[in-house]
Design a protein around this ligand. Structure first.
Ligand code: AMP
Ligand code: MN
Ligand code: MN
Ligand code: MN
Length: 290
């Protein structure tokens, strides 16, 4: 039957995107081109690669995306100070090779390395024979994070798996934990804006209150992460309402880390069913070049 002849419009199936995920450039388990291959098979039309404190995986991901027809947005997940300690910011549309951004991220990664050394010292004090070299091996050149320390802890047999390593040693307030050196929100927002990008506040859960987001908006917040594995339906709709009220764009993503175990609130790729038009609206918030 020719549906068009009977006045039935041809419906294009909705297309979905995923704006939060990690590769081996930080604590993910797949290299950027593998991340893109997975996005392709998950049927996603666009992704943002948002490694912690790194855009080193972006060029490879963009090239892989061009080859298979998946749009790859250059992103980065920054850690910044917050009234309760630490919060995460997603920067989008970062030009690869921007000297100011790269210099900033180099400093963040150097701080992460020093912090890993502190954590190794604490672990050794607890009788866990983890060395900085072992952690560096796990990170294989990517931005060093607690997951790499956790894998090294598992390797020496002091924990059964990464989750146990976090539960016993590396979670906040556990004896092997050390704080990060954290920049302020406005420092990172200014950096991203100067490079032509936009910032979204990641996985805020109950911390996403209207007064707090209004304050961040005054300091340059462009968007807020609505869909995330740690946001239940209720949280999503509450944050979406605040986004509308404050005229913030919405972002969403799985926070996928590849085949790393369940961990803390990581979803499977594409699991957040983020509509494609969220990306267009996010992009419309980009600052005009000076
Ligand atoms: P860091 O940035 O070094 O503080 O490490 C935080 C990262 O560790 C997060 O981005 C998660 O990928 C991972 N993570 C946090 N908590 C857990 C957990 N309980 N189990 C496994 N992975 C975790
Ligand atoms: Mn992570
Ligand atoms: Mn995060
Ligand atoms: Mn993340």
């Amino acid at each position: 039957m020719d549906l068009a002849r009977h006045g039935v419009p041809a419906l294009t199936p909705p297309r979905f995107i995923d704006l939060h995920m990690h590769s081996t450039a930080s604590d993910g388990s797949l290299v950027p081109s593998e991340v893109v291959a997975c996005a392709k098979s998950a049927g996603l039309s666009a992704i943002a690669l948002t490694d912690h404190d790194s855009v080193a995986g972006v060029a490879e991901a963009v090239a892989a995306g061009e080859a298979v027809g998946v749009r790859v947005v250059a992103g980065c997940e920054f850690s910044v100070s917050a009234p309760w300690g630490e919060m995460h910011l997603l920067g989008y549309f970062l030009p690869v090779g921007d000297e100011t951004v790269e210099a900033f991220l180099d400093r963040c990664r150097a701080d992460r390395r020093r912090r890993a050394e502190v954590m190794c010292g604490r672990l050794q004090g607890l009788g866990v024979a983890v060395t900085l070299d072992a952690v560096l091996d796990e990170a294989a050149g990517g931005a060093i994070g607690r997951p790499h320390v956790a894998r090294a802890v598992v390797r020496v047999g002091a924990a059964q798996d990464v989750n146990e390593a976090f539960d016993v040693f590396l979670g906040r307030n556990k004896p092997g934990y050390a704080d990060k050196v954290l920049p302020t929100f406005s420092e990172v927002a200014d950096l991203v804006h100067a490079a032509g990008g936009v910032v979204s506040a990641a996985h805020l859960r109950d911390r996403a209150t209207r007064p707090y987001l209004a304050r961040l908006k005054q300091e340059g917040l462009d968007a807020v992460e609505v869909r995330h594995p740690r946001h239940a339906a209720e949280t999503r709709s509450r944050i979406a309402g605040i986004a509308t009220a404050l005229d913030l764009a919405r972002t969403g993503g799985s926070d996928w880390h590849g085949d790393v175990g369940p961990g803390e609130g990581h979803g499977s790729l594409g699991s957040q069913t983020v509509p494609e038009d969220w990306l267009a609206r996010l992009e419309s918030r980009r600052p005009t070049p000076r």
